[in-house]
Write a protein that binds this ligand. Sequence first.
Ligand SMILES: [Zn+2]
Length: 302
Amino acid sequence: MLPLVYHPIYSALSLPEKHRYPINKYRLLYEAIIDSAHANKVSVHQPNKADINKVKALHAPEYVDALCNNQLPAAKMRRIGFPWSEALIERTLFSTGGTQLTVDLALEHGIAIHLSGGYHHAHHDFGSGFCLFNDLAFAAKHALSYTHIDKVMIIDCDVHHGDGTATLLADDPNIITFSVHCDKNFPARKPDSTIDLALPRETSTEDYLDAFTGLLPLALAQYQPDLVIYDAGVDIHQHDELGYFNVSTSGLYQRDHAVLSLCKERNIPVAAVIGGGYKAQHQELVDLHMQLIYAALSTNNE
Ligand SMILES: [Zn+2]
């Protein structure tokens, strides 16, 4: 069985009309899996909210309190990109808890997938780009609380640079950050990850896979992580509205399969999150995010 982590609250947020954030994709993806021929190969796990005190151990407590109590200055809310609501905070805490649960399930089952997550633009004391709390950094710190986990690698393949993750974890030698992204895309300022692979706009499927799958085995061999947290963002896709790459749907599958199979060969558990993916028609994102599910099911059978 492939463990999936999902909560109905992920899509339960009303946003202004034409808002860029594809809020319905979580529910649509979940429904597509449950209605598919693969439904009997997955188990669904509902997360709890992240412990607010642990969130405050990662982010500045003043930021967490101000955000939760709707006391952030308007400019800081604009940088996040969502109108404030109780539901937004609840959703964010469940999503942060969801990536934590995905780590637990990955350690138990080898591969687990969170049907949310990848909020990599959340920094220590501010949020940006639709990201409030950094679930990737939060889950990586959580993983290190296991006595047998000494090193975690976050492989972030979202088209946008993992700037928040890089700054939050810059001083933690036990968490390796590896960002594969477009060199000319949000965020403008890209602080150093442990490993950064910046590719130009219009990168093709072949060039993307060559560059990434060439570097990946070297990165795993050099750092030998005990766990990988994988952000499988699909905004590298050729038809994404915020990405500038030319990667095909099959390219998404090949990328995800490369990560999962290489880690399986090396006995490294993988906690994957679906990450970014932007289209006005949210339904069109489902098939793109499904590639991660297909790649995981295939890897489990190999
Ligand atoms: Zn992105």
